[in-house]
Design a protein around this ligand. Structure first.
Ligand SMILES: CC(C)(COP(=O)(O)OP(=O)(O)OC[C@H]1O[C@@H](n2cnc3c(N)ncnc32)[C@H](O)[C@@H]1OP(=O)(O)O)[C@@H](O)C(=O)NCCC(=O)NCCS
Length: 256
């Protein structure tokens, strides 16, 4: 099977193509927050709407404030590569679980996105359909496997972890974790579904899923991908593209 991930094709993408990715495709834009210095932060803030500025000002934690700012500026600049509006013109609404989506007042953009940020990285996934989810985590820091394992992992996943040690065990945990978060974010339901009822198998080239308990869904509806765009981070993407047929294009993003 050929590599289903195209990397750094961003150089080939027109600045504003006017349409979203094809129906079987998700574009993943990742940004290294090490490059998000004071000048870029000022420029990013000028892109945010009033509601976002209120949220930005309310953060107590400075790193959390910067991640939020970078994430929202990333979403806006990414959408503008496809949608014909300037970055500051996009308006968003949220569903009952807090998932943001493009407000229909922006016109029929046909664009959908999901955003994730963590220490050192922000990632925006863009698709032409709504069930798209992304999660980024640092995988080079201690994972609370003993505390969280039984709550978030299915028995078969726990069994896989028990055969591993050290960094390999930690990385495997983060793989499970990001895949589950990406799936829940694609569904838009937040953490209102038990993670242990979503079971991933990582033994083949592509992750596959099985659902149990209250997670009422069909595995064949979904595709999952994992990428490691920068040292120390992993990204999982979940997309409602049937039979694992998703095409992923990966771009490094920089803000103006
Ligand atoms: C979705 C969620 C799990 C992500 O948390 P996280 O892993 O800490 O953060 P990430 O960086 O990966 O993602 C955060 C981004 O996801 C997006 N997001 C927020 N809620 C979301 C949801 N329900 N579904 C999909 N994406 C969501 C937002 O863009 C958010 O970034 P922003 O606030 O800067 O715009 C968390 O925000 C959450 O649990 N929210 C829902 C709470 C909930 O379920 N409430 C009802 C309980 S019944």
């Amino acid at each position: 099977m050929s590599d289903p991930v195209e990397r750094d094709a961003g150089r080939l993408l027109p600045a504003a193509s006017g349409t979203g990715p094809a129906a079987d495709t998700v574009d993943v834009w990742w940004m290294d927050l090490g490059q998000f210095g004071p000048e870029r932060q000022v420029a990013a803030l000028s892109l945010l709407d009033s509601g976002e500025r209120v949220r930005h000002a309310a953060f107590i934690s400075e790193p959390a404030r910067q991640q939020f700012l970078a994430g929202r500026a990333l979403v806006r600049t990414c959408l503008s590569r496809y949608g014909g509006l300037s970055p500051h013109e996009w308006r968003f609404r949220v569903n009952r679980y807090g998932r943001p989506f493009v407000d229909e007042r922006c016109g029929p953009s046909g664009l959908y996105f999901n955003l994730s940020h963590t220490e050192g990285m922000a990632v925006c996934a863009i698709a032409g359909f709504g069930e798209i989810g992304v999660d980024v985590e640092r995988c080079d820091r201690h994972a609370a496997i003993e505390e969280l394992g039984e709550t978030v992992l299915a028995p078969a996943e726990l069994a896989q972890l028990s055969a591993l040690r050290g960094a390999e065990r930690q990385e495997r945990f983060y793989r499970f974790w990001t895949l589950k978060e990406a799936y829940l974010k694609a569904r838009g339901v937040g953490l209102s579904r038990p993670m242990a009822d979503i079971r991933f198998d990582l033994s083949a080239m592509l992750p596959s899923v099985a659902f149990a308990g209250v997670v009422d869904d069909a595995a064949a509806r979904w595709s999952f991908r994992m990428i490691a765009p920068g040292a120390g981070h992993i990204v999982a993407v979940a997309a409602a593209v049937p039979d694992a047929a998703l095409r992923l294009r990966v771009f490094e993003a920089t803000l103006p």
